[in-house]
Write a protein that binds this ligand. Structure first.
Ligand code: IMP
Length: 181
């Protein structure tokens, strides 16, 4: 029987990816990134809060010369065409001419990655690629936000665990659980 978790208001989550599944996924993505970025001194940018656990596992499995930094982003509904995403914590690293790899927990509509990639290109990055542990292709609104390095594509389900939260909770669950229909 599938492992289940009880959420608030009668919601039930069932195990979707086990810890072993996650290990396999992370190791595959790490190998692809290692092969593509060897000798390029990439700068990894982990998008907090959700991606910190994926970033910790992924980064330790990429044995190349590189740096990692962390940002917090705030998304907002704006009327400005350049807006929608704002840096809550400033980026101290000079990204001019750098190959940047963004580490995201999940790409859903792609709004966050679309605007953040645009911002980094305007700041002078040489290239910007995205790795997302999970990707919901059916929800994507911005084609340029499709991650180059996807751990696993999933249907439009709400998921939690492995850094992903449900109203702030559940990030510490080592496996990924999906909301049952
Ligand atoms: P996007 O800008 O629509 O792609 O949304 C990306 C952000 O939404 C992620 O970084 C998550 O914080 C959050 N998110 C989207 N789907 C889920 C989910 O199923 N579980 C938890 N957080 C999610």
């Amino acid at each position: 029987m599938a492992k289940e978790l009880q959420g608030t208001e009668g919601r039930v989550f069932e195990e979707y990816l086990s810890e072993d599944d996650i290990k396999g996924i992370v190791s595959e993505v790490a190998q692809r990134i290692t092969a593509d970025y060897e000798g390029r001194n990439p700068l990894f940018i982990c998008v907090l809060n959700g991606a910190y656990i994926y970033a910790a596992d992924l980064y330790r499995a990429i044995p190349i010369r590189s740096e990692i930094t962390f940002v917090r982003l705030k998304s907002y509904e704006g009327t400005s065409t350049t807006g929608h995403v704002e840096l809550v914590t400033p980026l101290r690293e000079d990204i001019k001419g750098r190959d940047v790899v963004l580490i995201e927990d999940i790409v859903d509509t792609g709004t966050t990655m679309h605007y953040f990639k645009q911002m980094l290109c305007e700041m002078g990055a040489k290239s910007v690629a995205v790795t997302a542990f999970l990707f919901k292709p059916e929800a994507l609104l911005y084609p340029d936000a499709e991650p180059e390095y996807v751990g696993k594509s999933i249907p439009r389900k709400f998921v939690l665990g492995y850094g992903l939260d449900y109203d702030g909770y559940g990030r510490n669950i080592p496996a990924v659980y999906a909301l049952k229909d």
